[in-house]
Design a protein around this ligand. Structure first.
Ligand SMILES: [Cu+2]
Length: 470
């Protein structure tokens, strides 16, 4: 066990002595916004019974949390679930102790206790929040919501629309199928739902996005699915890509399908350029599914459709210098179709059979498989504060993996050893099967940060590690 972690456990024990008390800090300044995690019913499918869900403030997705860049946010999380939970603020560069990772940054919040999260919002953009405790179960039950940080001067639009995309696995009575945590899902594509949802309601032709001719809409898209990767197709329209994972890009027309892995966000500018009629929005993955209808109504907002939108003012992120960067490697192996590496579990070498059968794990990262937020593991990497780093991720599996790093943004700088011309900021990137991908970042946020697959079943099956910035 590292010294760092031992220190954490000691302080964790001290905190645990006064369960349920918010920290004194939380009592000062502005009143916290209450997020009550609970169990309730919500109409997900159009017809039939309401579904039992877990969510925040009796709604799935949870309330839209909206702030201005630079503001301080305070949340009082009240856990009324039958399990311990936490909230992770995906993409927000919070101080480490506010990151919501059980055993690593805080003690999991027990049922019927509260916890206060308080931090400043350094970056504008589209973010989201969800538990990091048993996330393979708590997220698909409905615990997620959008966190939007407005730019000081937002891109001018007529209207904003938010789509929190997810899926539910519902049985014939619309009940949630209680099959969370199956090793077969951990080692394959993850537990996919059978009902794609937009803002907590079943996707399909009945999900209507109404546009007036020549109207300009900013469409914020969040993939909150626990496993599903989406490939969106806006037929009859040519949206502009405005930002990826909250970070502005030079606006460009969306070419082909919009790939959105679990955890990723994209803001689009959607112009009412078609002027009349109805158009289909599709998810083109697998067999494909029509998820929504763009329908025209009303009089034109302006005489002509607008041209290219202005770029979002960039957030203050330090660009990694590849010449002076330290180089690191991260090999991924495993999965049901591949040959899992012989690896280390809980500090001991294990053969493939026991990794899978005895430990219920399916993947290794640098030949180590670990249980979610395990206490005994060492960080994958240790970086000095301010160190420029390149991590070559080597995907020796037959699966895609949306890899997410906490507390930092990174740039994809090479794919299969070929430099990438345009470097965009991301906090989550989809690695293709058998692909090598180099990501670069400046490790400037001190603490121990998760680096994991955002197919939450994969994370639970071994694809979860940390990087320590000190
Ligand atoms: Cu994965």
């Amino acid at each position: 066990m590292s010294l760092n972690r031992r220190r954490f456990l000691q302080s964790a024990a001290a905190v645990a002595a006064v369960p349920g008390l918010p920290s004194p800090d939380a009592l000062a300044a502005t009143a916290p916004f209450e997020l009550i995690a609970g169990v309730f019913k919500q109409q997900v499918r159009e017809t039939g019974a309401a579904s039992g869900v877990w969510g925040y403030n009796l709604q799935v997705p949870g309330p839209v949390l909206r702030f201005k860049q630079g503001e301080e946010a305070t949340f009082l999380l009240r856990n009324r679930l039958p399990q311990a939970t936490t909230i992770h603020w995906h993409g927000i560069r919070v101080p480490n102790e506010m990151d919501g990772v059980p055993n690593v940054t805080q003690v999991a919040i027990a049922p019927d206790t509260d916890f206060t999260y308080k931090y400043r919002l350094p970056d504008s953009g589209t973010y989201w929040y969800h538990p990091h405790q048993s996330s393979f179960e708590q997220v698909p039950r409905g615990l997620y919501g959008a966190l939007i940080v407005e730019e000081a001067r937002p891109v001018p639009v007529d209207r904003e629309v938010l789509w929190v995309l997810s899926d539910f696995k519902l049985g014939p009575e619309n009940q949630q199928v209680e099959d969370f945590g199956r090793v077969t899902d951990f080692g394959s594509g993850g537990r996919l739902g059978n009902v794609i949802a937009i803002n907590g309601k079943a996707a399909g032709a009945q999900q209507r996005l109404e546009l007036r001719p020549n109207e300009r809409v900013r469409l914020r898209l969040i993939n909150a699915s626990s496993a599903r990767i989406l490939a969106l197709d806006f037929t009859g329209h040519q949206p502009w890509v405005l930002s990826l994972d909250g970070q502005g890009v030079p606006p460009r027309p969306l070419k082909g399908q919009l790939i959105l892995g679990g955890g990723q966000r994209t803001d689009l500018i959607l112009d009412g350029s078609a002027g009349s009629g109805q158009f289909e929005v599709w998810d083109r993955r697998d067999k494909g599914a029509r998820i929504a209808t763009i329908a025209y109504a009303g009089s034109p907002v302006r005489a002509k459709v607008l041209g290219a939108p202005p770029a979002i003012p960039p957030n203050r992120l330090t660009t990694p210098n590849l010449q002076r960067a330290s180089r690191h490697y991260l090999a991924f192996e495993g999965g049901v179709l591949g040959m899992p590496a012989i690896g280390m579990v809980d500090g001991k070498p294990q053969d493939v059979k026991s990794i899978m059968e005895q430990h219920g794990l399916s993947w290794t990262m640098n030949y180590t498989a670990q249980h979610e937020h395990a206490l005994m593991h060492e960080p994958l990497f240790r970086f000095r504060k301010g160190e420029h780093v390149v991590i070559r991720m080597i995907n020796r599996t037959d699966f895609e993996h949306p890899m997410h790093m906490h507390g930092h943004f990174f740039q994809v700088v090479a794919i299969n050893n070929k430099p990438v011309k345009e470097r965009v900021w991301r906090d989550t990137v989809v690695m293709a099967p058998r692909q090598d991908m180099d990501i670069a970042l400046v490790a400037d946020n001190v603490g121990e940060w998760m680096f994991h697959c955002h197919i939450l079943d994969h994370a639970a099956g071994g694809m979860m590690g940390t990087v320590l910035v000190e």
